[in-house]
Design a protein around this ligand. Structure first.
Ligand code: ZN
Length: 348
């Protein structure tokens, strides 16, 4: 069993606020005199039922954390730490999602909010040896016209290099908003060459996946795990080459599956889906990127070769340049070619 922190991988599903270290959140809260809900401080992974009340509880905690981010310095700190933590877990390409709307009032508008994130992504990435791209995400809870504004802003910074916008997303409660009403925003993003990476098929089932495929032409789906419930929908996902950003800890925390064993990771991989494991919101769900690979190993019985294939799959699903992808895939091969320390111990 090789060290999973050293397995090179791409991390394609991580939210800016949700990436925060608990200590950082506490520091910010103390600095602003904010009293945080105890559930944000107890260190336990969140567990809520997969219904509206559960989501409401998750969202309230999320909002409480976001309310502690009030300056350019806070934003830079969060991004820099997210990159450092990703680097320590073998992430070589991070595509982090941010909705700049929430931070805009503190830094003079949407444009500076995004520019701060992009600049911090560039410098932190350089410092830690991780290529960091940014996904601008609109919210289902707000008007589709706001999504269009964000898509236009994202388009201005489009590119596949470090500190550029690589994709456009749509997040928040899948039960809210009409998916079709966001199609125009995604069209703007697509014309600028951005990847379409909306959430879908986590809280809602295969019909939601179908609807997202119909209207938003995703390159990747945030989650999409529930496509596994309908072979025809899963076929469509695989046939269209839509990658799935699977976040097992998130699924369990949000009550979509009772435990890790119920997450259909093996079924998705066996069906030929391109899967990229992600941590989603480690602040609330209690485990980061390597934790997702650990679960694949310990719960789903993935061998080191299977885990290397998963890591390659994440790299292929990323928006890194062909050159970067080829280099990282070579690094995964090198990881797998190393002698397995457990086997070496057993032999001696
Ligand atoms: Zn997410």
């Amino acid at each position: 069993m090789r060290d999973l922190d050293r397995l090179p991988k791409a991390h394609l599903h991580l939210h800016f606020t949700g990436s925060m270290r608990p200590e950082t959140l506490q520091d910010l809260a103390v600095g602003y005199g904010v009293r945080l809900p105890s559930a944000l401080l107890d260190g336990d992974p969140l567990r809520v039922p997969a219904d509206e009340r559960g989501w409401f509880r998750f969202q309230r905690l999320y909002d409480a954390a976001r309310a502690c981010v009030r300056s350019e310095a806070d934003m830079r700190r969060i991004l820099t730490e997210a990159v450092a933590d990703d680097a320590a877990e073998g992430s070589r390409r991070l595509e982090i999602q941010v909705d700049p709307t929430s931070y805009a009032p503190f830094v003079g508008g949407l444009t500076p909010a995004l520019e701060i994130v992009l600049d911090a992504a560039r410098s932190a990435g350089q410092r830690h040896g991780v290529e960091v791209g940014v996904v601008v995400a609109a919210s289902r809870m707000r008007h589709p016209l706001e999504a269009r504004t964000l898509a236009r802003l994202a388009a201005l910074h489009a590119g596949d290099g470090p500190g550029q916008v690589v994709g456009f997303g749509l997040s928040n409660d899948e039960r809210r908003g009409e998916t079709s009403e966001f199609a125009a925003a995604f069209e703007i993003a697509r014309r600028a060459g951005l990847a379409s990476v909306p959430h879908g098929g986590e809280l809602l089932g295969p019909a939601h996946v179908d609807s997202v495929l119909d209207h938003l032409s995703p390159d990747r789906l945030g989650h999409g795990v529930r496509a596994a419930e309908d072979p025809a929908v899963l076929d469509r996902v695989v046939g269209q080459g839509v990658a799935l950003e699977v976040c097992p800890a998130s699924n369990v925390s949000l009550g979509v599956y009772r435990d890790q064993a119920q997450v259909p990771l093996r079924a998705l991989v066996d069906a030929g889906a391109t899967v990229a494991l992600g941590a989603d919101d480690p602040l609330l769900f209690g485990s980061r990127l390597t934790g997702q690979y650990e679960a694949a190993r310990t719960v789903h019985g993935f061998t080191d070769a299977d885990l290397a294939a998963l890591a390659k799959s994440s790299i292929r699903a990323s928006r890194a340049s062909d050159q970067t992808r080829a280099r990282l895939i070579g690094e995964v091969d090198a990881w797998l070619a190393e002698p397995d320390p457990a086997a070496a111990r057993a032999a001696s």
